[in-house]
Design a protein around this ligand. Sequence first.
Ligand code: ZN
Length: 363
Amino acid sequence: MIQIPSTELDLTSDVAHLTAWLIDVDSVSGNEAGIADAVEKALHALDHLEVVRDGDCVMARTRLGRAERVILAGHIDTVPLPAAPGSRGTVPSSWDGDVLYGRGATDMKGGVAVQLALAAALEEPTRDVTFIFYDHEEVEASLSGLGRVAVSYPDWLVADFAVLLEPTDGTVEGGCNGTARFDVRVTGKASHSARAWMGVNAIHGAAEILVRLRDHEQLTVHVDGLDYRESLNAVKISGGTAGNVIPDGTVIEVNYRFAPDKTPEQAEEYVRSLLEGFDVERTDAAAGARPGLQHPAAAAFVAAVGAESKPKYGWTDVARFSALGVPAVNFGPGDALLAHTDDEHVHADAVRACLRALVDWLS
Ligand SMILES: [Zn+2]
């Protein structure tokens, strides 16, 4: 095990060691000032970049007048450190051969290290590049630094294409499913359970909702060349007042992860038609994002990095770019399944390979 000493941030050092340096600066959401300071200082030293800072979001861009502009974005915050003693996915980082352990190793300081190494290495990229290092991704969406700069610096988010360097284990993940939540209510009539015929049992009335959800065929929808598997499920149920009372109300919470060919309104229509006859209320929704891989800039990217394209199921910041009219994909080092685990790690060679692929694409 080698401990990486925290010396000056050197953007020209081996990108795996740069990753270790970034892990060593604890940056749990809400505590990004230190890492943002270091990133800002390192970028300011590069004459070919224009740099601005908004809160703890740091942005830098080339202004070469190229025909295309691309955004390379990553969040600098992490989830909290593991509570279990002896966890290796913590701060400071540690090495076990070629494997780097530490909080953020995969989600996503490896990706941030690649962004920084590119910022230093590409003085004259073939496409103009905007680098975004943003805060508050691992917390509620309303705090997102990316959401904030979309309002405070909208011109910085204008581009032909965006890559989020979230971990994808060497593949390109396009688009993402949307998500919507619904409360489905059944109203009955309370009575003493010894005289049940005087009441109407709302829990029994809800059985049909569960049957329809269980028997419904989950769709797989082909969107722009990728197959998105949908999920429509009851995720919570509540109702009843006491052991001797016929329940007069039941609420079933339903979550629909819908393919990006649908708007939240169309997803709602779909759920309403499936649960026709019941009282359905939409409580929450976020649109998905089409993969946009047929867009010339996106197609050129996939061809250049030579990676397989896959659909993304969870909601990601790709959807924020999509809402701004910028096609976006995830492409970054590390295995997303290790994100937020006590054993978080990344292979040094995966970080180096990601850097090489992006240097090739932009040179
Ligand atoms: Zn992440």
